[in-house]
Design a protein. Sequence first.
Length: 307
Amino acid sequence: MAAPALPPLPPQLKSIQHHLRTAQELDKREPVVAYYCRLYAMQTGMKIDSKTPECRKFLSKLMDQLEAMKKQFGDNEAITQEIVGSAHVENYALKMFLYADNEDRAGQFHKNMIKSFYTASLLIDVLTVFGELSEENAQHRKYARWKAAYIHNCLKNGETPQPGPIGMEGESFDAEREEAGSSSVHGGTTQSSSSSSTYEANNIPTSNYTGIHIPPGAHAPANTPAEVPHNTGVTSNTIQPAPQNIPLVDPSLYSAQSAGEVRLTPEDFARAQKYCKYAGSALQYEDVSTAVQNLQKALKLLLTGRE
């Protein structure tokens, strides 16, 4: 089912153009993530300007796209249940981040990993449609945006980037120019544009980021939104899945029995359900470690009433 075409993006809504372009890139391989990218753009656009005729027309067409996707994927619980959708988007964003982070720490600097960092930050933006970001995700978003700008500027200036977390300084990343074809959202397709959208790394602390939490066993998702442009001369190495460090199962869970006095609240059941959904989503990406960790959390909560 073809989504209704969008009219030209009004200048007032320029800040959502990269989220919409990410949705276009993911339409075929990750339609659930694409749907929530558009939902984020819709909600953000409504807050920016929903009254001027051009913005109202654009947002109306974007709403039509969302309704068409919701009808098309109406049997997908990641669309019908926010808790499942949240887990799906979060896992994909984290996989994008970890792929870029692994490449960075290995000293493999190229446009694909720069775009992966930047796309991960956009997808973490999208998580705000489900509520406030966790402190960890907010940290990942800041780091990913800064790292994309830092590596981009180093390569542009002929400098060798320093791998891994380092003290952050103000950087700007012109995502518009770095995307192949310098495209802009227009009529549901990408067309050449002379405009640019520069991310200014404002209000990012210059603190050292060596303490950033990176889960073990990370490897690239099956499909990454970014592709190395053929004309860059960059050779993309094949990324092999890293051996996964499977967490040990808590021995106490083998013998634990639900005590009669344990009374689970509706919130406890909701958290347990969330952990199970996260585990299921992690398994879609063959991430056994994350799946085991979340299943253990759910089991402990149900047996003891504690996390």
